[in-house]
Design a protein around this ligand. Structure first.
Ligand SMILES: Cc1ncc(COP(=O)(O)O)c(C=O)c1O
Length: 403
């Protein structure tokens, strides 16, 4: 055995069973499970031992794999899903597809960093209500909030449920697919439906690079803008870098800056994780989807549940419920039975204190469904390590609470 093989054997032994082991429902129902094993650690270790740790081949390979999975020709990896949303919007502004002051529709129920980047890019977030069947943006509410300055919509595929994308004619459609890896909308994987889509690979998501994110698109100009905005505004990774160098002969082409960029780069360790995790996704997704369908059937009638919408494939990121009763008492009862709970994403973001600090943000239409989510909504974990036993236990515990 070579030394490398010995190290690999030790790490496999140390992490035996992870990350595919089925959890025992009696041990509890956590929000997050350990989502990686020896293969990911060995991939990251390979980067560390080689000393090629900053963004390079592994990131590029993962970009190619993930974008192809989403049916897209271009992928630009970044250090988080929040960065992916920010960069997607910033690139649209840089290319002049959106202009400062343009309004962007955003569902009121989503994660905080779906909303904040809109204003960070000089755009105006307009909050609209969510659909009571899907918890994603409600097309009727979006229509009511649309005015002459409305130019784009951020369609968030919340908790694995694809948003209804039919009603946004004339608007630039951007997808926040940070929690919907592998979900399908009318035959296309999410992230592959609008002009571009953003993903998160945070520790608790379908697949993880610990922290990480990616924008996928078919638009080569957008990808070039994303690549320079991601890395200090540098020209280096753009496909048109030679044209730029010819246009600016007085500047060293290795240090030619063409965008007012950020540094949002991932490391090779994240790329290594992504490559292993992407291969695991199909089996994991099948388990999550099955859990979602089974648990919806098991809990139906006890709480409001959110089954897969027609024409879509739900990716089962967490299991949301709305309680017709005292949410705090149900949460306490679940926690007492080792079923961890939390509110649904940021709930109604227009009611969070930070909303007042988001320049220009407004909520011009009523948000009754978002308010209901805010007051009565919760979610519990859904993972590839869970199965029918977790659904049966969840049903029994909720039933006992109802009495
Ligand atoms: C819908 C949505 N958008 C954006 C994000 C931000 O992703 P990250 O945590 O990787 O920054 C999340 C995180 O869960 C999310 O659910």
């Amino acid at each position: 055995m070579t030394r490398r093989e010995q190290i690999a054997a030790l790490i496999h032994e140390e992490m035996a069973g992870l990350p595919n082991e089925l959890a025992d429902p009696a041990e509890g129902h956590p929000l997050v499970i350990v989502p990686y094993g020896a293969e990911e650690v060995l991939g990251a270790l390979d980067a560390l031992i080689s000393t090629r740790v900053t963004m390079g081949e592994k990131v590029r390979a993962f970009e190619a794999e993930w974008s192809a999975y989403c049916g897209r020709s271009q992928g630009v990896m970044v250090n988080s899903g929040s960065s992916a949303v920010l960069l997607m919007l910033a690139a649209m502004v840089e290319l002049g597809r959106l202009s400062p002051g343009d309004e962007v529709l955003c569902p009121a129920v989503t994660w905080s960093t779906s909303l904040f980047p809109i204003a960070q890019c000089g755009l105006v977030p307009v909050m609209v209500d969510v659909d009571p069947r899907t918890l994603c943006i409600d097309p009727a509410s979006a229509k009511a909030a649309t005015g002459p300055r409305t130019k784009a919509v951020l369609a968030v595929h919340l908790l694995g449920q694809p948003a209804d994308m039919r009603a946004f004619d004339g608007l630039l459609v951007l997808e926040d697919a940070c929690g919907a890896h592998g979900a399908v909308y009318e035959g296309r994987r999410v992230g592959g439906v609008g002009a571009a889509g953003a993903f998160s690979f945070f520790f608790s998501h379908h697949i993880t690079t610990i922290e990480g994110g990616m924008i996928v698109t078919d638009d080569g100009d957008l990808a070039d803008a994303l690549r320079s905005l991601r890395a200090h505004g540098w020209v280096r990774e753009r496909t048109d870098k030679r044209d730029w160098a010819e246009r600016c002969p007085q500047i060293d082409p290795r240090f030619l800056f063409v965008s007012a960029g950020y540094n949002l780069r991932p490391t090779e360790l994240a790329g290594a994780f992504g490559l292993v995790q992407a291969r695991r996704l199909p089996a994991w997704l099948a388990r999550r989807r099955q859990n979602h369908a089974d648990w919806c059937a098991a809990l139906d009638g006890l709480v409001d549940v959110f089954p897969e919408a027609p024409g879509t494939e739900h990716a089962g990121f967490a299991f949301p419920m709305i309680v017709n009763g005292d949410r705090a008492s149900l949460m306490a009862h679940l926690e007492a039975h080792k079923i961890e709970t939390r509110p649904i994403s940021g709930s109604n973001l227009a009611r969070q204190p930070a909303f007042e600090r988001v320049p220009g943000a407004r909520a011009p239409v009523a948000l009754p469904v978002a308010d209901r989510v805010h007051e009565q909504g919760l979610f519990v974990g859904n993972h590839h390590a869970f199965g029918p036993g977790h659904g049966a236990r969840l049903r029994d515990v909720v039933s006992a609470w109802r009495g």
